[in-house]
Every structure is written in C-alpha cells, then in structure tokens.
Design a protein around this ligand. Structure first.
Ligand SMILES: Nc1ncnc2c1ncn2[C@@H]1O[C@H](COP(=O)(O)OP(=O)(O)OP(=O)(O)O)[C@@H](O)[C@H]1O
Ligand SMILES: [Mg+2]
Length: 273
C-alpha cells in the first residue's frame, strides 16, 4: 500500500522547492526558527515561521561530511556561514541560533561544533530520522531516511522512539554502481542518475535499492512495524516508491512530495511548541 503525507506537510515541501536558493528578499518575520542539516551530500538551512511555514531555504551540494564524520571541517563551517548570511539578507534578520542534527549512532558534538564555529548557538541536536518522527507526530511505524551516504532509521511504538540506527548505504553507492557499470566518472554518473533514462538506470542500481530494503527489514524485524515513512534525497529517484513497495511487500509506504527536503524541514521544526 502507498500513502501520502498530510497536505500541510506536502505543502511546506512544495514551498521549499519553490524558494530553495532564492535570495529575493521577503518581509521580515516577527518570529522564526532555523534548522541546519549537515548531510553527506549537501548542507541545507531552512528558516520557518511561527506556524512552521518555510520562509527561506538554502542548499549547497558538498561532500564535506561522510558517515557522521566531517571530512572537511572548515569547508562545512564556511558553507554554514554562507547559507546563514543568505537567509539573513533575504529575511533581513539576524540568525543567532539553530537546531541541528546527526546520524543515529554518531557523535552529535560534530554537528554542534560546526555550528559553534560558524558563530551560532545550538538550540538542540536531534538525530535525523527521529526529527521526522516528531514533525509527523508518528505514533506507530518507522522513518527511513535515505540520504547520500547513509540509511537512517527510527522506530516508534506507542508514540515512543524505541530504536534508531544508521547504516552506510545511500545514494552515493547508487552513483558508484552506475559509474562502474557505465565506466564514467562519479560526477558524470551523479548527473546521469538524476537526469538520465530512469528505467535503464533503475535496472543498474536495483541491487542498491535491494540492499537498502534488506537493511530496513533487518532493523524492523520483530518490531511490529507496519508503516514506513520515507525521507531523503535518494527517494527522489523516479519510481523509488514502487521499488520499495515491491521489495517491502506488505508494509505501507509513505512517500513525501519532495523527499530531499523533509528531513531539513523536520530539523528546523524540531522543538517548536
Ligand atoms: N532526482 C534524484 N534522483 C536520484 N537521486 C537523487 C535525486 N536528487 C537527489 N538525489 C540523491 O540524494 C542524495 C542526497 O540526499 P540527502 O540530501 O537526503 O542526503 P544527505 O542528507 O546529504 O546525506 P545523509 O543523510 O546520508 O548524510 C544524493 O545521493 C543525491 O544523488
Ligand atoms: Mg540526511
């Protein structure tokens, strides 16, 4: 079975898609909150208003983080500073603090340190898939966040997060598989993955989808999970929902409108009253 997220959340994701990397100034909000997702493929800053609506969204593709380890610490700090500056100019505000995140099982201080070095106070740190649990107010089920480097999972029973995990398989591994198959560079394969003929590419990267599905099944085993809420840029691949539906038979698959933006939105929203 395939389901959709509430219209409100999908609406926010559509709005992020519309405004992402748009520097055009808009009116200054009275109250706002910021979240920074330090991912292995990209760094995303989202600013939301009191009602949780996105006001600004800035994204830079950068492989400065890998598996919860910041490979290029100062690179990450510079990007965060740049994203913050763009949001400050767009909204005519001063951003002093933000929420940030970390992959389950890694050291949350890594992300904290990057924010502090960028001159920000850290309001909270939340693990990535669990931020989505909070945003969607999930009572039963699991969030599966498939990013560039990792697949993160957070399992909820009776409104409580009972289990989190993160494994090093993500979109990057699809790109590597495609590069090997076509004998092209990583960069060329990344472009091809996003813009090439989806049916042909799906056949090549299917083993990676299967591995991700096996990871999910391994983690939810014996935990009575019936619903899987997906997030993460890898789910943007055309037909990813159908592949997961086949591989994860019997489970309800819930795909957001734009999976790349769900976790960053959830991070910005974390701790909002
Ligand atoms: N249209 C698309 N089709 C296929 N893959 C895509 C598409 N758009 C983005 N991706 C992939 O999504 C991944 C990035 O997703 P995301 O931003 O969720 O990762 P991240 O948060 O940086 O990484 P992680 O959570 O693993 O640290 C990249 O591997 C990228 O290739
Ligand atoms: Mg991520």
């Amino acid at each position: 079975m395939m389901s959709a997220l509430p219209d409100l959340i999908n609406g926010h994701l559509k709005e992020i898609e519309r405004i992402v990397n748009n520097d055009q100034p808009v009116s200054t909000p009275k109250v706002f909150r910021s979240g920074i997702d330090l991912g292995t493929a990209d760094i995303v800053l989202i600013v939301i208003d009191e009602a949780g609506r996105p006001l600004a969204a800035f994204l830079e593709w950068a492989e400065v983080v890998r598996d919860g380890v910041v490979l290029d610490y100062w690179g990450a700090v510079e990007i965060v500073k740049r994203l913050v500056q763009r949001a400050e100019q767009k909204l005519h505000i001063k951003i002093d603090s933000a929420v940030t995140s970390y992959p389950p099982g890694t050291d949350p201080r890594t992300s904290k340190n990057v924010l502090i070095a960028a001159g920000l106070q850290v309001e909270a740190v939340v693990d990535e898939p669990s931020s989505v649990v909070h945003l969607l107010e999930i009572e039963e089920g699991a969030v599966v966040d498939i990013g560039g480097g990792t697949t993160g999972i957070s399992i909820v029973q009776k409104k409580e997060i009972v289990y989190t995990a993160d494994e090093a398989t993500g979109g990057r591994h699809m790109t590597l598989t495609l590069a090997g198959n076509r004998k092209i560079s990583y960069e060329q394969a990344e472009k091809l993955k996003r813009n090439g003929p989806a049916d042909e590419i799906r056949a090549v990267i299917a083993p990676v989808f299967q591995k991700m599905s096996a990871i999910v099944l391994g983690h939810i085993k014996d935990k009575n999970v019936k619903q899987l809420y997906f997030s993460g840029g890898t789910c943007c691949f055309p037909g990813a929902d159908r592949v997961f539906k086949e591989e994860l038979e019997g489970l309800e698959i819930i795909m957001p409108y734009h999976p790349l933006y769900l976790t960053p939105l959830a991070i910005a929203s974390y701790g909002k009253g």
